[in-house]
Design a protein around this ligand. Structure first.
Ligand SMILES: [Zn+2]
Length: 246
């Protein structure tokens, strides 16, 4: 068990300290709203959090390995922590974690001008957002090590993250690629659009949209059939090359 509890003022001070050291040590992250980051920066954060918040708990207790990944695939979640299902049966030095931080949420952070939150705490900058998401994932790792399972919707996790980092929610209100696209290009799911494909103008409707839009286009020879028997071809198109049509 980790018996560490900080008051909110101490948490703020520790975060400020981590931020300053991160700016010092990282060759990418030099300011609040950085535009470069590498996976090495996540390892720097890990060391700083262990030292400044966790009293070197990881250094002293954890013999396994954590792989930190910046992910372009995570769209809804801002982070994700995975380990083997049979973690309880694995020798402690062979335990491995994969901690992913979503690059999309960092890239999209300033595309929308509204207040953003992670875990109930306001994120004022990309660095804030990165750190708050990182704290959430660290709590997953700790919980997995202690109990061989982890769930951020359950009480033990909520207690842990509140005591350590003052976070009160397991969700975030960051800017998703979907929200950024709706704002930047004015397009959303269901919209009729046209685009240029190999010199031809093709029209269809947006079935899904994240970083790219999935556009379904009527096509007599298409391999997708709707419930009315109409056939479509599917295209993945980047949002900036779509035109709204009506
Ligand atoms: Zn979680």
């Amino acid at each position: 068990m980790i018996y560490i509890k900080y008051d909110l003022k101490t948490i703020d001070e520790k975060r400020a300290l981590i931020k300053n050291k991160l700016f010092e040590r990282s060759s990418n992250i030099k300011s609040e709203n950085f535009d470069r980051i590498s996976e090495k920066d996540l390892y720097i954060l890990y060391e700083l959090y262990d030292e400044i918040f966790l009293q070197n708990w990881f250094k002293q207790n954890f013999k396994g390995n954590i792989k930190f990944i910046l992910s372009r695939q995570l769209t809804r979640a801002a982070g994700n922590t995975r380990t083997r299902k049979n973690i309880a049966e694995i020798e402690s030095e062979n335990i491995e974690f994969e901690v992913k931080i979503s690059l999309n949420h960092l890239i999209n952070f300033n595309k929308i001008n509204r207040t953003k939150y992670v875990g109930g705490i306001e994120a004022h900058s990309i660095t804030d957002s990165l750190m708050l998401v990182f704290e959430h994932e660290m709590c997953h790792v700790i919980e997995f090590i202690l109990y061989n399972k982890s769930s951020c919707s359950k009480k033990p996790f909520k207690d842990l993250i509140y005591n350590l980092f003052g976070q009160t929610e397991s969700t975030h209100k960051l800017v998703s690629s979907y929200e950024a696209n709706v704002f930047e290009y004015g397009i959303k799911q269901g919209d009729r659009v046209k685009f240029n494909y190999k010199g031809k103008c093709i029209s269809g409707f947006i079935q899904r949209i994240n970083k790219r839009a999935t556009v379904m286009c009527p096509d007599l020879h298409g391999s997708y059939i709707d419930k009315f028997g109409r056939r479509y071809s599917k295209y993945y198109v980047s949002p900036e090359s779509l035109l709204k049509s009506d």
